[in-house]
Design a protein around this ligand. Structure first.
Ligand code: BES
Ligand code: ZN
Ligand code: ZN
Length: 501
């Protein structure tokens, strides 16, 4: 799908989209400065209470023949804000798509100035459209054999028309939105691919392929190298699978020489059966999404490189299957991590923390300014926060403040969760330094975070994002996401964090 900025209303399109806001308690829509013909058209719907500019409201006029357009769609934004505009774009997208309209113009005059920060409204609108346009169809026969047929059902182009020539800020904002949405959609695509099409080897190969020409340096370690590098946790988890593990290192140097890097770490568990501590069959297919943290980090790195941000960033993705094969690691096994700590495995399904631990040790060795990790780590976070908020664990209040600020720009909600010495004490081993599960069932997301903390060098600012509740199927809260499928969550927030850290 393409978004175009244009001076003047286009004469070759048959549909015009008009946005209205509704602020405070006023029951009235605010159209900004709108031509009389359009105001007259919607007047009746307004007086009859069918359109007040509220969130998700729409009225469609077919064959209205106004200002050279056959059809006019009015969409309510509600209280103006970045997220409200993204939602309004997604409502527009489904309304146009449902009517099989393939291209439309947006009346842009009031809209592009809706938010204080220049370009912000254009960026949000473009993000909303481009994220809504994502569809995972590669394994459907219509998608596979005849891509044209699939495309025929799509909304292809939106022209944002303004009476003045588009401002430099709007042009820049559109470009930024395109890169961010393209990369978030790439993260979704990686996540949506099933385990047999997204092995650690394929994930690494896709990363190398996507990084070509962006200025990103990608290094991939195979099983032998991972063993040599003493990443005992990654080796242990990978033992039960025929598929080789991978450790993916992405480096981007856009900042000054000697400037400490921001490091992102993502869980790249390409399929989590639970291993010998096998998961129940119910919904196990969802465990193809257990690499969504890794996908977010890959996509974040590509976005940062494409945006040419002036920062130094490293992305790390430990990747493996978790399978119960004959050589699988077993409950009770003890392994040694890269930082020398011994770990007792009481439950092979608590595997994410084992592979992330190794990446966090490597991350600490890079003398970073900060480490952020994203992982579909615990089912418990879904119980605690549902599908709205990503749980963020850090003892550093100021760091959480920065995370929250970034998240408010992107609409990816976060919630500060506890990580304390109590949780750390719960993770002590019986015959080893650490155990990979706590004695009880309580606070499972916090004890998992406390386990990870054992692998971060003290003094390095660190925040862990548990995305198990937000990595897929979140459209009921955020309509620009796929109804079923990966969300690509945290890509935009991570880019924001890298830029403003
Ligand atoms: N990948 C899962 C976490 C998960 C579960 C994500 C459900 C999304 C939905 C993780 O590897 C896991 O299995 N964690 C266990 C930990 C437990 C054994 C301490 C869990 O959450 O049940
Ligand atoms: Zn697991
Ligand atoms: Zn897992």
């Amino acid at each position: 799908m393409r978004i175009v900025l244009k001076k003047g209303l286009p004469s070759d399109l048959s549909t015009l989209v008009v946005y209205a806001t509704k602020t405070g308690k006023s029951g009235k829509p605010n159209f900004g400065k709108l031509p009389k013909e359009l105001l007259d058209l919607v007047k009746n719907a307004e007086t009859e209470g069918q359109f007040s500019g509220g969130k998700k409201e729409t009225v469609f006029y077919r064959c209205a023949n106004v200002l050279g357009f056959s059809h006019v769609l009015f969409v309510g934004v509600g209280e103006p804000g970045r997220e409200a505009i993204r939602v309004a774009a997604s409502v527009t997208h489904s309304s146009l798509k449902g009517r099989k309209i393939k291209s439309a113009a947006v009346y842009g005059d009031g809209l592009v100035k809706l938010l204080k920060s220049a370009g912000a409204a254009t960026q949000a609108l473009a993000e909303g459209f481009l994220l809504s346009a994502y569809d995972f169809f590669v394994h459907k026969s219509t998608g596979k054999d005849d891509k044209k047929d699939h495309k025929n059902q799509q909304l292809n182009e939106i022209t944002i028309a303004t009476s003045a020539a588009p401002s430099a800020a709007d042009v820049k904002a559109l470009k930024r939105a395109e890169i961010l949405a393209e990369c978030q959609n790439f993260a979704r695509w990686l996540g949506d691919q099933p385990g047999n099409y997204m092995t650690p080897t394929i994930l690494a190969d896709e990363t190398v392929k996507a990084a070509k020409g962006t200025g990103l340096k990608v290094t991939v370690w195979d099983r032998a190298r991972i063993k040599k590098e003493k990443m005992g946790g990654l080796i242990a988890v990978s033992q039960g699978s025929h598929e080789e593990p991978r450790f993916i290192i992405m480096e981007y140097n856009g900042g000054g020489k000697g400037k400490k890097p921001v490091v992102f770490v993502g869980k790249g568990l390409t399929f989590d059966t639970g291993g010998i501590s096998l998961k129940p069959g119910q919904s196990m297919e969802e465990m193809k999404y257990d690499m969504c943290g890794g996908a977010a980090v890959v996509a974040t790195m590509i976005a940062i490189a494409k945006l040419k941000l002036k920062v130094n960033v490293i992305g790390l993705v430990p990747s493996t299957d978790n399978m119960p094969g004959p050589t699988a690691f077993k409950p009770g096994d003890i392994y040694y991590a890269r930082n020398g700590k011994s770990v007792e495995v009481y439950n092979t399904d608590a595997e994410g923390r084992l592979i992330l631990g190794e990446a966090l040790v490597y991350a600490s060795e890079q003398k970073p300014a900060v480490i952020f990790d994203a992982a579909t780590l615990t089912g418990a976070i879904l119980i605690a926060l549902g599908t709205t908020h990503t749980g963020v664990f850090t003892r550093d209040k100021k760091l959480f403040g920065k995370v929250n600020e970034a998240a408010q720009q992107t609409g990816e909600l976060v919630w500060h969760m506890p990580i304390t010495d109590f949780h750390r004490d719960d993770m002590k081993g019986t015959h080893a330094d650490l155990c990979n599960i706590s004695g009880g069932r309580n606070a499972g997301s916090s004890t998992a975070a406390a386990f990870l903390e054992e692998f971060v060098e003290p003094g390095i600012p660190w925040a862990h994002f548990d995305i198990a509740g937000t990595a897929w199927n979140i459209a009921s809260r955020f309509p620009y996401h796929p109804k079923k499928g990966a969300s690509g969550i945290m890509v935009r927030t991570f880019v924001e964090l890298a830029e403003n850290f």
